[in-house]
Design a protein around this ligand. Structure first.
Ligand code: A4P
Ligand code: MG
Length: 166
């Protein structure tokens, strides 16, 4: 049943072009695909992994979907493609990045899809918005809540709340 579909946690990021406009467009497209239940504030964040690029704008979104993980990934990648994302190198600047951070308690380790996202617990641009809207969300492997992961994470990159998203 739709109402018992697993909780999907999505991380959105952009740092090229009109990042906030692209996040809005991506959320609009996600609403056509799944039932969005909560959206974090908008955050401006220092780039992680490859420093010589503009700040990112990030947010986290909670949704329900009955899609299988591989089908959801195909849809989020279609949105990235349609929105003009060009793949260059890992951690490169991008018009839009849609990461599936988790789907319910599923643990997936396939070639093109790892759930939960293997780096989510190390990243301020994920943990701060996630702890804002779902502090009690529990990591399926680490068994720690978002609030606990954030408290335990130590020093993180700069994460600055800009405004409510809607
Ligand atoms: N993939 C595997 N698991 C997943 C998943 N759970 N969700 C595969 C989405 N994709 C998943 O991703 C590479 C491949 O990961 C995909 O083909 C998919 O099959 P990508 O989006 O093409 O490349 P990427 O995003 O550059 O690499 P990666 O390893 O996903 O990096 P991350 O972890 O997404 O980090 N700094 C700030 N401040 N804010 C950011 O948003 N983002 C990144 C990218 C780096 N630094 C950042 C930010
Ligand atoms: Mg990605």
């Amino acid at each position: 049943m739709y109402s018992t579909a697993p909780l999907v946690v999505l991380g959105l990021g952009a740092n090229l072009g009109d990042p906030v406009g692209q996040l809005r467009e991506a959320v609009r497209r996600l609403r056509e695909l799944l039932r969005v239940e909560a959206i974090s504030s908008l955050y401006r964040t220092a780039p992680v992994g490859y420093a010589e690029q503009p700040d990112f704008y990030n947010l986290v979104c909670l949704a329900r979907s009955a899609l299988e993980p591989a089908a959801l990934l195909a849809e989020t990648q279609r949105i990235e493609r349609e929105m003009g994302r060009e793949r260059s190198f890992r951690n490169a600047p991008r018009a839009i990045d849609l990461d599936i951070l988790a789907m319910g308690d599923m643990v997936v380790d396939a070639a093109g899809l790892t759930l939960p996202h293997p780096r989510l617990h190390e990243r301020g641009f994920v943990l701060v918005p996630l702890a804002e809207i779902a502090p009690g969300w529990r990591h399926p492997i680490l068994r720690r809540t978002a609030a606990e992961l954030l408290a335990d994470a130590g020093e993180l990159e700069r994460v600055e709340r800009i405004q409510a998203f809607d």
